[in-house]
Ligand binder design. Sequence first.
Ligand SMILES: [Zn+2]
Length: 260
Amino acid sequence: MEQLLTGEEFGWWFVCHQGKIWLPQGVLPKGRASEWSLNGTTGFSIGEWLGEPVWLVCQSKPEGMAPVRQLLDEDKDLFQLAGKAVQLAEFYRSHLFCGYCGTKMYHSREEWACLCPECHQRYYPQIAPCIIVAIRKGEEILLAQHHRHRGGIYTALAGFVEVGETLEQAVAREVMEESNICVRNVRYVTSQPWPFPHSLMTAFLADYASGELKHDPKELLDAGWFHYEKLPVLPPVGTVARRLIEDTVALCRSEQDNDG
Ligand SMILES: [Zn+2]
C-alpha cells in the first residue's frame, strides 16, 4: 500500500495536494519515480490504469497543480482514480491527529485508515452520499437550473443524504424541499464517486405523484416541466445527470409508441 520510493517504481503518478493534481504540461506523469524526482518520498499504490500501476504521492509541486475537474472529460476510469487519489491525499492530510485524544496517528498498512496508537481509534476516509433524481410526469421531465451551474444548464434535482435517512427518503425530501413535488415509484439506477470533495452520487428515476411545482429560490434559479422533445440545454454526455434524463426520455418515448 504505502512505501518509500527508491526511484525504480514505474507507472502513472498522481501527485496530489488540496484537491489538486500535478499535471506538468497538462499531462499526467508516467514513467519511473526517479524521472519525476519522486524518489525518497512516500508512494501509495492505488490501482491500475491501461495495464500500468497507479501511484499516489501526497505532495504539492510549485508549478502545474490543476484541479481534479480538469480530468473530468478524460477516460472514465482515469477520472475515478484521480478522484480516489485526491480524496486519499485529503484524508491523510486531515487526519494527522486523533480527534478523541489528540495523539499523532499513523497509517494502517492493511487498509485506507489512520490509527491512533493511544486510544486505538480507527479512522476511515469520509464519503458523503448524495442523491440525484430525474422525475417524470407523462411526457414531461422535471429539470432545474442550479445557482452553481454556468451556461444555463438544466439538470436533475440533487442533494446530500442526511444523518439517519435512507436514500429513498433523501430523494423524497430533496424533491419536496426544492420543488414542492411528491414523488412515487423511486428506482435506483446507478452510482458514481464524485470527488467534489468526497461524495458518492446515487442516481434514481422517479414518477410524479402530486403537488404543484414551486422551486426553492435559495437552491434553484429556475425549475420546470419540459416535454421530452423540447428539452433545454442539458448536462454533458457521460454525466450521471445526462444518463438519467436520457433514460427518462426513452421511457416517455416508449410509452408514446405503445399508445400510438
Ligand atoms: Zn486517540
